[in-house]
Ligand binder design. Structure first.
Ligand code: ATR
Length: 273
């Protein structure tokens, strides 16, 4: 058999990344001959790490915290969704081209629409946060044509900036603070990093109800404060493990031209948390 094609996830820190396990399962399932490793890049050495990896014959890489903006700058070609996100989580190397893509947003939308079975079309959607995670999912969310997309953030000016950037021609986008949204939302997505601090945005329970899906972009063994609050208010909750697996499947598609079946990989990961 020929040498396997090389891929990696590049970040700092990187030890806890689940991407190698996910891609190993995808490769096994689809019969693709590849290896996928973890690469710890020094904080001041992302570009060097990528160029060394390319020189070693690598075919692509995933990029994670804190290098998604640098990956965007390094790419010589960008997909439309990577341009909109302003960040890159997937690189594909060929000849002299470094192609940058962003599969985070499509991963989120696939997990909500297909896996959770919740349509976004015509719905009221509330996006919490206005940092990189929120920006990365704006275009795929708007592509679903929700009736309304409200961005709420602690720093309202950042939400307003995102709304300005994405409003027409993409759809109706409003920006506000956490205390301002009114009425029940169909889908509320927490794209803030509040869970890291064991915290959540200060929201009114009236925004949630039995018909609401409360989606936490982070994942773990236990529910976050946002998920607990949402469940208390009657909403269905979901963490970001499905988004992680779906963004990986989309990256695999970009590299290999096949999209793996994500359900068994999700189940295996969930069991191992
Ligand atoms: P990321 O790439 O994870 O989006 P980021 O760009 O630093 O990281 O953005 C973090 C987001 O979480 C921001 O929207 C931030 O709010 P501010 O813009 O006001 O800083 C939000 N955030 C972080 N901690 C939070 C907390 N404890 N409560 C509410 N929002 C929080």
């Amino acid at each position: 058999m020929s040498q396997p094609d090389r891929y990696a996830v590049i970040g700092n820190p990187i030890a806890h990344s689940k991407s190698p396990e996910i891609h190993a399962r995808f490769a096994q399932q689809t019969g693709q001959n590849l290896v996928y490793e973890r690469l710890l890049a020094p904080l001041d050495g992302f570009e060097r790490t990528v160029r060394d990896f390319i020189a070693a014959g690598a075919r692509g890489a995933n990029v994670t915290v804190p290098f998604k903006l640098e990956a965007h700058a390094l790419a010589t070609e960008l997909s439309v969704r990577a341009q909109a996100a302003g960040a890159v989580n997937t690189l594909r190397f060929s000849d002299d081209v470094i192609f940058g893509d962003n599969t985070d947003g499509v991963g989120l939308v696939t997990d909500i629409v297909r896996n959770a079975g919740v349509a976004l079309h015509g719905k009221r959607v509330l996006l919490l946060g206005a940092g990189g995670a929120a920006r990365g999912v704006m275009l795929p969310l708007l592509d679903e044509k929700p009736a309304e997309l409200v961005i709420a953030n602690r720093t309202v000016a950042k939400a307003a900036e995102l709304a300005r950037e994405f409003s027409p021609p993409h759809g109706r986008v409003h920006a506000c603070g956490f205390g301002e949204p009114e009425g029940r939302f169909d889908v509320i997505i927490n794209a803030t990093s509040s869970a890291i601090a064991g915290d959540m945005p200060p929201l009114a329970p009236e925004l949630f109800g039995p018909g609401t899906l409360a989606y936490e972009m982070m994942y773990g063994r236990e529910a976050t404060p946002f998920m607990r609050f949402a469940a208390q208010a009657g909403a269905a909750t979901r963490d970001g493990l499905g988004m992680l697996v779906e963004q990986a499947a989309e990256a695999f598609l970009v590299w290999r031209g096949v999209r793996p079946d994500t359900a068994p990989v999700y189940a295996a990961l969930r069991a191992s948390l």
